[in-house]
Design a protein around this ligand. Structure first.
Ligand SMILES: [Zn+2]
Length: 423
């Protein structure tokens, strides 16, 4: 039986986007966003309409292959009618002009997407917030290249996914050539000063409120060492740079974006109180951003791995990974055991137990396989699925192929059954 993907109302597998070219104009005080999105895509089945996810912003005009066409926009879907049937393999462009007051989408996970700050804006879209600010094929598996141009008020800095290719006057242009899922595309606008944590093996730029710069430099000083250590354990860092933005407001949790992470002012305390999270967000560049779950059902492939990376960083820093695993296991043993890691249920994809049990699954696997085989497996995982997508069965098959012992029963108990296995 074919399982329906989680959040299957989002995205359309009738076509794949190759490239998004986004031209945005944002006024921070008024919270007004104007946009022109040029989407280049290819039909995967015969189509008489192209369906995009797009939130409450007002659509002004749509061009299909350069010609004005009819469309319908309701309930978060923008249906574009080219007036003919598109053949399988046919490439096309859709240009959408839009404007309005952006606001985040509401879901089981609170407000996600474009969010106005007291002085600026942030984007944190996981899992389905991308449509709050640009029309997209909002499936994690529909990866594309991006070019993002943002014009805003003077004295604001814009950071967007990708590498800054030009900054003239108040317009900032970023290019993200690596395949990127819509939910990982980010724009950050605020009054920031720039810092650089390292130049190699990749540039590690940062944008931080001036008042936090000193504490930031202390708190994030280990990040370059962390990136080297993770590159050794997980394989080469998958992007050409790694940016960090600290917004001038508190955030419940930091968020990962493509080649970038976003932290709140509360994550900078001058005492490295959130270093665990610095490791977690960095690890998402391999697990989540480069190797992306093809469906949210497999979210442990992001969060379990990023949580395990916290423990691996602790280990590299001279602490005991095993002691952290035992503590986590004791904590989980006190909680209800009604969650299956391989299918947690769509409302529980960000449940703490997915994170902790996911990390414990990897620790149990490492204990069974031995360090050498386990880390070979992780490096092969990030290589085989680099800039692509993967599923839990993909991981199980690869683990079996790399292990001298039969790990299928162990992984079955951790992934497919609700009771917590012993460690
Ligand atoms: Zn995470």
């Amino acid at each position: 039986m074919r399982q329906l993907p989680y959040l299957d109302a989002h995205g359309d597998d009738g076509y794949s986007v190759l490239r998004y070219d986004l031209h945005l104009d944002y006024r921070p005080g008024a919270n007004r966003l104007g946009g022109r999105a040029v989407i280049t895509a290819v039909a995967r089945s015969a189509l008489n309409s192209v369906s995009l996810d797009f939130g409450p912003l007002r659509v002004d005009r749509i061009l299909f292959d350069g010609k004005v066409v009819r469309y319908a926009h309701r309930l978060g879907k923008l249906r574009v009618r080219p007036g003919r049937v598109l053949a399988v393999g046919e490439e096309f462009t859709v240009e959408v002009r839009y404007a309005g007051v952006p606001r985040p989408n509401r879901g089981h996970w609170g407000e996600i997407g474009w969010t106005q700050l007291t002085d600026g804006a942030l984007v944190a879209s996981q899992p389905t917030g991308a449509s709050s600010w640009f029309p997209c094929n909002d499936r994690p598996s529909d990866k594309a290249a991006y070019r993002i141009s943002v014009t805003t008020a003077p004295s604001y800095t814009v950071i967007a996914s990708g590498t800054l290719v030009s900054h003239t006057g108040t317009t900032w242009v970023y290019e993200q050539p690596e395949p990127t899922s819509p939910y990982l595309v980010s724009v950050q606008i605020g009054r920031y000063v720039s810092a650089e944590l390292a130049k190699a093996p990749v540039r590690q730029p940062a944008a931080v409120p001036a008042r936090l710069l000193r504490a930031f430099r202390h708190d994030f000083a280990n990040q370059p060492r962390m990136l080297k250590e993770f590159s050794r354990l997980f394989g080469p860092y998958p992007f050409t740079e790694y940016g960090v933005v600290v917004v001038d407001e508190e955030l419940d949790v930091p968020v990962e974006a493509q080649a970038m992470s976003i932290f709140g002012s509360n994550h900078v305390d001058g005492r490295r109180g959130s270093e665990r999270l610095v490791a977690h967000e960095l690890a998402h560049q391999w697990f989540g951003n480069s190797v992306t779950a093809s469906d949210w059902r497999h979210i442990w492939l992001h969060e379990g791995f990023a949580t395990y990376a916290e423990w691996l960083w602790a280990e590299a820093d001279g602490r005991s990974c095993h002691a952290l695993a035992l503590r986590s296991h004791a904590k989980l043993a006190q909680l209800p055991q009604d969650l299956t890691l391989s299918a947690p249920g769509v409302r529980r994809i960000f449940d703490d137990r997915v994170y902790e049990r996911g990390a414990l699954t990897l620790h149990a696997l490492r204990t069974a396989m031995g360090d050498a085989a386990f880390f070979r497996l992780l490096r092969e995982w990030t290589t085989a699925h680099r800039h692509s997508t993967a599923t839990t069965p993909d991981f199980i098959s690869l683990a079996e192929a790399h292990s001298a012992v039969d790990v299928r029963p162990l992984l079955g108990a951790w992934l497919d059954e609700a009771p917590l296995p012993p460690l």
